[in-house]
Design a protein around this ligand. Structure first.
Ligand SMILES: [Zn+2]
Length: 248
């Protein structure tokens, strides 16, 4: 059996048996890895600190027939500030679920890994978590190959538009002539469109100070969430939790 080391972030887990846990790790070299951490739920387990949700650790893993297992792990960053704040924790769990379901088993990406690590650092300090969620969703979709076309009409290429509609089905914006291509296309304001362009152009950390009006916030939520759910073809469980605690 092979043994390998990798840095990874714990992006999900579920309990197994009495004391074990199956972790979903995200590593730059291997993408998503499912690995069992044996005995991790016992109080003095040496694996405990490095295997909590969001922990960024260095892992020594043993390849198994069906599932790899964690032999050792060394914590590099715990992101405890996320775990001790209910709202940040709920958003973090949502971001991790979006990452898991938008990544296929064999996808590996240093870029996505770095992006998610940066997300966790920013989540500890970002003020407006609703805005952060929209930035995360749009940037993650773009990184995973679902970048919406918002710089010209996705149907005819028109760039000068007085009125703009967003179509999740077409994967971008439609002009007035083309809006009938998708009867569910959503009318959006020019301000919302320019905020979306800004999000795609700027780096994540440059957007931490982004301020938008409540109207724009509502439109961004409607448009971007709709687009994400359309691409993923399912509703993340953690999204329902955010809705339940009314902070989305
Ligand atoms: Zn058009």
């Amino acid at each position: 059996m092979g043994v390998y080391t990798t840095e990874a972030i714990v992006v999900g887990y579920r309990d197994l048996g009495e004391a074990d846990r199956i972790l979903t790790l995200f590593s730059p070299e291997r993408g998503k890895i499912h690995a069992v951490a044996r005995g991790v739920r016992r109080p003095r387990s040496p694996l405990l600190a490095g295997t909590q949700l969001f922990s960024y650790s260095k892992f020594l893993l043993v390849e198994g027939k069906n599932l790899d297992s964690v032999s050792q792990c060394e914590l590099k960053e715990s992101f405890f500030k996320i775990r001790e704040d209910l709202d940040r924790m709920a958003y973090g769990a949502y971001f991790a679920e979006l990452l898991r379901i938008s990544t296929r088993e064999c996808d590996k990406s240093e870029e996505v890994f770095r992006f998610f690590l940066k997300t966790l650092f920013l989540l500890q300090v970002w003020e407006d978590l609703q805005v952060m969620a929209r930035v995360f969703e749009l940037k993650l979709m773009a990184l995973q190959g679902f970048k919406p076309q918002i710089f010209c009409c996705v149907n005819c290429g028109e760039k000068r538009m007085e009125k703009v509609w967003f179509s999740s089905l077409s994967g971008g914006i439609l002009c007035e002539k083309c809006k009938n291509k998708d009867e569910k296309a959503i009318r959006i304001s020019n301000e919302t469109l320019s905020v979306m362009k800004h999000i795609l152009k700027k780096r994540f950390e440059e957007l931490a100070e982004l301020k938008v009006t409540q109207d724009v916030k509502n439109e961004l939520k409607e448009v971007i969430l709709n687009f994400v759910l359309h691409q993923l073809e399912r509703k993340p469980r953690t999204l329902s939790f955010l809705e339940d605690i009314s902070i989305l």
